[in-house]
Design a protein around this ligand. Structure first.
Ligand SMILES: [Zn+2]
Length: 136
């Protein structure tokens, strides 16, 4: 259900048989890219999610996190979206994007990942909400 194109992020996917090794193969109807459904393409592993949380706490820029973990930016955004969904209201977390259109908007942002600066990442709603006072 959570499958989306690892190239363009579209969820407009069709199954496309199986590989020699029995892994499900899929094709994106939007960009026509074919790939195998496995681990990374389906989403983030528990380990990657844990690392993302740690890296966000360190206020590392989003593009930095993408580079370190070698994941597509939209995976990061999608996971952050999930995280924000779990954040209680009283933390003052600002969620910049809401529901329906968010994935599209985030894909667009993912395309220009390089333009996201560290300051933007922490001041416009994409930053990890701090739960306590650390340092200043
Ligand atoms: Zn695609």
């Amino acid at each position: 259900m959570n499958r989306s194109c690892c190239n363009c992020g579209s969820v407009n996917m069709v199954k496309n048989g199986r590989t020699y090794y029995g892994k499900a193969r899929g094709k994106c109807k939007d960009c026509l890219r074919q790939f195998v459904f496995e681990g990374q393409n389906q989403g983030l592993s528990q380990e990657q999610k844990r690392l993302i949380e740690l890296l966000l706490l360190e206020r590392i820029s989003l593009e930095g996190i993408c580079r370190v973990l070698d994941i597509p930016a939209y995976h990061l955004y999608r996971y952050m979206d999930e995280l924000y969904g779990e954040v209680p209201q009283d933390l003052n977390a600002q969620v910049a994007c809401n529901s329906e259109s968010s994935l599209g908007a985030m894909s667009a942002k993912a395309m220009s990942c390089g333009a996201l600066s560290a300051s933007k990442a922490t001041s416009n709603g994409y930053g990890w909400p701090r739960t306590g006072k650390a340092g200043k």
